[in-house]
Design a protein around this ligand. Structure first.
Ligand SMILES: Cc1cc2nc3c(=O)[nH]c(=O)nc-3n(C[C@H](O)[C@H](O)[C@H](O)COP(=O)(O)OP(=O)(O)OC[C@H]3O[C@@H](n4cnc5c(N)ncnc54)[C@H](O)[C@@H]3O)c2cc1C
Length: 540
């Protein structure tokens, strides 16, 4: 096709997994025109993700889809317990109680909570939301074949896999959300670094109604199996109503194929007895610990598994990727709308890569904790005093050490943009970045904390569209409003009178970015407010 006839889109997104869909959702919510191409038909053959963490739920709340996630077909009354067992029908070593969704109330740190919502439901919710945005076009069965990037835009070759048509499209920006094997990352020559391959787990999906009842096991959602050879598998109920289960054997020799896997043998070991099930699927995947050296080049950006590949221990994969999409989304919108400065997009790498490194390191640590429970545990299944004593001892240490991957409030909400060129440090020391315990903070770079407002909203409900200046005192903010207006930066000033919020935010003025992170705070508007506005919009 001749290039004059080629269409132009502001943003071309490649990959319709959860991260590409989240970016389309974020851009669509901001009214930015974008096109997403996905080579598959969107059907999910083997669902991976099940846990939508609290921060992702906060983004869903902003997009107006949190209720849809909360009311996905996972039953409201199914306990979310994590249980350590010798097998489903065997001994129980420890149980971490987590109440069913129907009994959960928001904690003090967020108006939302982590939700169990398999990718079989979550991706379609995101997709439907993105599709509803007038500025978003989603195209399935369309593959990016190649691209060339120049200083003024990107030219991409697309292939309609059903009709066979090939098309050239010009984009102001290209975003590769094309997963772990990202061809866009390869083309850009960006390497992945880190510990590399950690193992080759096996996934076995099957249907079995009333499995727990048949095993005499109290309900739960995630079962970790430890037998005479140590901790070797986990068994997750994906869809209790449909009876869909996933058995994950933590290790294999890396040489097996889906056809050579001894499904029946693994199932017998995990359940502790012979059981007839309806087999669905077997997949073998690679557990990795890797982060890209950079998150893009020029007008091409990368997000999600394309730039960070981590062990699912801690449920950080998709959730980290959605954080990437939200960070990049408002910045692309700002630049395309004309108020983002020339350094704004470069801050994506400076802000998000350290979070990728942090989360990959923690996921790897959680995975390595399993290794402490490998090896022979000869008496573990014995009905003897020695067996009971071993199970009690192991149960306590399993819940403490392996169970850490389920106690991650700090990891989910406590990430902050320390080295951000956009945030103005205020000289206060950082609060601890403790994976387990979240410490709210309004220090610049942090996620602006949640507090309930008198009208029933959360402070988080104030953020999103543009910048928000929270004002906790009767003081003049006109200079900042004028500076923002002069640069075309959307800014709303919101007076907050609730003492609990004032205590959390600690200053008379707090400037919050469109992604809900604090950009600046102080007791007076700086004399040269233009300098502040230029800094936070990436023009300084
Ligand atoms: C067992 C397991 C459990 C997990 N559980 C969780 C969890 O509970 N919570 C969590 O946050 N994460 C979890 N994860 C991780 C999560 O599944 C991934 O991080 C997430 O799916 C990555 O999303 P993505 O959109 O970046 O990539 P992908 O989901 O891989 O999507 C990439 C898409 O790009 C498309 N594509 C590639 N190349 C092209 C091209 N040239 N043209 C068009 N389309 C293209 C592909 O078809 C694909 O659909 C888990 C992972 C595993 C393995």
């Amino acid at each position: 096709m001749n290039s004059e006839a080629a269409r132009r889109v502001p943003v071309l997104i490649v990959g319709g997994g959860p991260v590409g869909l989240a970016l389309a959702a974020e851009l669509g919510w901001r009214g930015v025109r974008c096109e997403l191409v996905e080579q598959s038909d969107g059907a999910i053959a083997t669902p991976k993700m099940n846990e939508v963490n609290t921060r992702t739920m906060e983004f869903c709340r902003r997009w107006g889809i949190a209720d849809a996630v909360r009311h996905c077909p996972f039953p409201d009354d199914h306990p979310l317990d994590v249980v350590f067992v010798t097998s489903l029908a065997g001994h129980e070593l420890a149980r971490m109680r987590r109440p069913p969704r129907g009994e959960q109330r928001p904690g003090s740190d967020s108006p939302e909570r982590m939700q169990i919502c398999s990718q079989i439901w979550f991706d379609p919710i995101l997709r439907a939301f993105a599709q509803k945005q007038p500025s978003v076009a989603l195209r399935h069965r369309t593959r990016l074949e190649s691209f060339t990037a120049a200083a003024d835009g990107v030219t991409a070759e697309l292939h309609d896999l059903d009709g066979g048509r090939r098309e050239t499209i010009h984009a102001d920006y290209l975003v590769g959300c094309d997963g772990a094997t990202s061809a866009i990352r390869e083309t850009l020559g960006i390497a992945l670094t880190g510990q590399g391959t950690l193992g080759h787990p096996l996934h076995l999906f099957f249907r079995a109604q009333d499995l727990l009842k048949r095993c005499g096991r109290e309900p739960g959602v995630f079962f970790l199996a430890i037998d005479r050879d140590g901790l070797w598998a986990n068994i997750r109920v994906v869809d209790p109503v449909g009876g869909l289960w996933r058995l994950m054997a933590l290790e294999s020799d890396g040489k097996q194929t889906p056809g050579s896997v001894d499904r029946a043998g693994l199932l017998r070991r995990a359940v502790g007895r012979q059981l007839d099930v309806e087999w669905q699927d077997v997949s073998i995947w690679t557990r990795r610990s890797l982060v890209a050296e950079r998150y893009g080049r020029g007008r091409v950006f990368l997000a999600g598994d394309a730039v960070h590949q981590l062990s699912p221990t801690g449920a950080l994969g998709m959730n980290t990727g959605i954080g990437d999409a939200v960070d990049l989304g408002w910045k692309l919108a700002a630049v395309l709308q004309g108020w983002g400065g020339p350094q704004l997009l470069a801050s994506y790498d400076a802000e998000r890569r350290p979070i990728g490194l942090r989360n990959v390191a923690m996921a790897t640590e959680f995975h390595l904790a399993h290794g402490e429970f490998r090896g022979s545990m000869a008496a573990i299944e014995d009905d003897s005093d020695a067996g009971r004593a071993l199970r009690a001892r192991l149960g306590a240490s399993l819940a403490r050490d392996v169970g850490r991957m389920f106690r991650t409030a700090g990891l989910q909400l406590g990430y902050r943009y320390e080295a951000s060129p956009l945030c103005v440090a205020d000289g206060t020391p950082p609060v601890p970045d403790d994976p387990e315990n979240f410490v709210p903070s309004a220090r610049p770079g942090s996620r602006a904390p949640h507090a309930w407002l008198g009208d029933g909203r959360s402070t988080l409900d104030l953020f999103g569209r543009g910048f928000v200046l929270l004002r906790f005192a009767d003081a003049d903010a006109a200079a900042l409003e004028q500076a923002a207006k002069a640069r075309g930066v959307p800014l709303a000033v919101v007076d907050v009178g609730e003492p609990a919020a004032a205590d959390l935010y600690e200053r008379r003025f707090v400037l919050v970015r469109p992604d809900g992170h604090v950009a600046w705070r102080g007791d007076a508007i700086p004399t040269n407010a233009n300098v502040l506005i230029d800094r936070v919009r990436g023009a300084a």
